[in-house]
Design a protein around this ligand. Structure first.
Ligand SMILES: NC(=O)c1ccc[n+]([C@@H]2O[C@H](COP(=O)([O-])OP(=O)(O)OC[C@H]3O[C@@H](n4cnc5c(N)ncnc54)[C@H](OP(=O)(O)O)[C@@H]3O)[C@@H](O)[C@H]2O)c1
Length: 154
């Protein structure tokens, strides 16, 4: 699982990220480069320009919807089955409900904490009980924001 959030776990606003932080975006692209990405329909719509260079499975409950640059899945279980056939590394990339549903299943969480307030309408779920073990921590700044890159495990 990979995510970034600001204060109060804010992670999205009006279908996109509430910030532009090049260092975090590059970290996301680099970390997930060789993996298969699982994401909700709204995330896919925001990510679509990158999806053609990636292995992506997009979730929707609409049986009539297909995606130009992703395989379609109708449930998290199906999405993980499809993504596992594409790569040994499956990355759950949100959004909110999908993170919550996938949290018990994922082995590792790569979380960027941004030490700033953002206005938003989507929140990363509480993760502490699922990933209590900190494997690594790197602090830096990006676009003027203090950033902490965490890798957390079960
Ligand atoms: N900061 C971060 O790390 C981060 C990461 C990811 C996303 N975000 C932000 O979060 C927002 C998008 O997240 P979101 O939670 O609003 O939407 P989302 O999860 O990307 O998409 C929601 C849609 O996915 C489908 N879906 C969700 N759960 C499903 C399930 N169990 N089975 C089948 N389909 C399912 C449904 O599509 P249908 O309506 O088509 O049925 C649902 O309406 C954006 O603002 C994005 O930028 C931020």
């Amino acid at each position: 699982m990979i995510a970034a959030c600001g204060h109060n776990r804010v992670m999205g606003s009006s279908g996109t990220l509430p910030w532009k932080i090049q260092k975090d975006w590059e970290y996301f692209l680099e970390t997930t480069r060789d993996g298969a990405l699982v994401m909700g329909r709204k995330c896919y719509e925001d990510f679509v320009e990158h999806a053609q260079e990636r292995n992506v499975v997009a979730l929707t409950r609409n049986p009539n919807l297909t995606f130009a640059h992703a395989q379609r899945a109708g449930s998290l279980k199906e999405s993980i089955r499809l993504a596992s056939a594409m790569s040994n590394n499956v990355w759950v990339c949100g959004g909110e409900q999908i993170y919550a549903e996938a949290m018990p299943l994922c082995e590792e969480l790569h979380l960027t904490q941004i030490d700033a307030d953002f206005v938003g309408d989507t929140h990363f779920p509480d993760w502490q009980d699922h990933f209590p073990n900190e494997q690594s921590r790197r602090e830096t700044t990006g676009n003027g924001y203090p950033l902490t890159f965490l890798i957390l495990q079960k």
